[in-house]
Design a protein around this ligand. Structure first.
Ligand SMILES: [Fe+2]
Length: 274
């Protein structure tokens, strides 16, 4: 695992790259030593593709927009799926076009191979929110989650996380920073959350390797995000003695890998609703 720290980019600032199969993609973060990557794929109307080849890494996806038939089942916005490597799955067709967030696992990853990893098909809007457990130090965010996948051999969890509006502590002016022994990855679907690196609005993406001190996070108006914890099925947080100011109105100040195109660091002006 050698994926670089990126925290965070606005996916809107990343250009589309045409692919040989007629789709377009934006690679947001990738392991330079394998084909493991997180990308957004835009399938044009009328796109069809056969099953993934056996040497193609497992594909984990979340439909952001449009609709696409995968293995004979219609996947609409917020459908989630996991297609293990070697499963012979992945036959796809879209009449109207679709945009998918794709977590591609490294080819040969033993925890993503058919027989070890399970095929998953979820219509996530129909799932109940779990509000039962969360770290008391995050109580201000009023979080709820839907677990989409628990990887075999503690290889990582994928989940939806939402925070209610007014997720800002009433009294505190600082909050502790945090750290994990596993990686964290996030794509913001709706709403916004403040971080010391700026305002993570819809389209914000980060990949945070293990051992990086981060936060605090607050949200004035709520959010919905998809998260992964590569390397652990249960998030374990080490709270720091370092307390930092609430990051409301923090200017955009991303951590970007060496060689990142300059336009990836552009600011993005939030759209108003009036
Ligand atoms: Fe964290």
């Amino acid at each position: 695992m050698a994926r670089p720290h990126i925290e965070f980019v606005h996916a809107q600032n990343v250009g589309w790259t045409p692919r040989a199969d007629g789709a377009e993609e934006k690679v947001l973060n990738a392991d330079p030593l394998s084909d493991e990557a997180t990308l957004i794929v835009r399938y044009p109307p009328g796109y069809s593709a056969p099953a993934s080849s056996p040497d193609h890494g497992a594909e984990e996806f979340f439909v952001l927009d449009g609709a696409i038939d995968i293995d004979g089942e219609k996947r609409r916005a917020h459908a989630y799926g996991f297609l293990p490597q070697g499963s012979g799955l992945g036959v796809r067709h879209t009449a109207q076009g679709a945009v998918l967030l794709v977590f591609r696992h490294a080819a040969g990853d033993p925890n993503a191979l058919d027989g070890t990893a399970q095929t998953i098909t979820l219509h996530t809007p129909a799932m109940p929110w779990d509000v039962s457990t969360y770290d008391p130090k995050l109580i201000h965010l009023r979080l709820a989650r839907k677990v989409l996948r628990l990887g075999p051999n503690n290889s990582g969890r994928t989940f939806l996380l939402t925070g209610m509006a007014h997720g800002v502590p009433a009294e505190a002016t600082t909050l502790p920073a945090e750290m994990h022994d596993h990686a964290e990855e996030m794509f913001m679907l709706q709403g916004a959350m403040w971080a010391p690196e700026g305002r993570m609005g819809a389209g914000a993406y980060f990949y945070r390797p293990p051992g990086i001190l981060h936060g605090p996070h607050v949200s004035e108006y709520g959010f919905l995000q998809i998260m992964r914890s590569p390397g652990a099925n249960a998030i374990v947080t080490h709270w720091s003695d370092v307390h930092r100011p609430l990051p409301i109105n923090a200017p955009y100040c991303p951590v970007l890998p060496h060689g990142t195109p300059p336009e990836w660091a552009w600011k993005l002006t939030p759209q108003t609703a009036w």
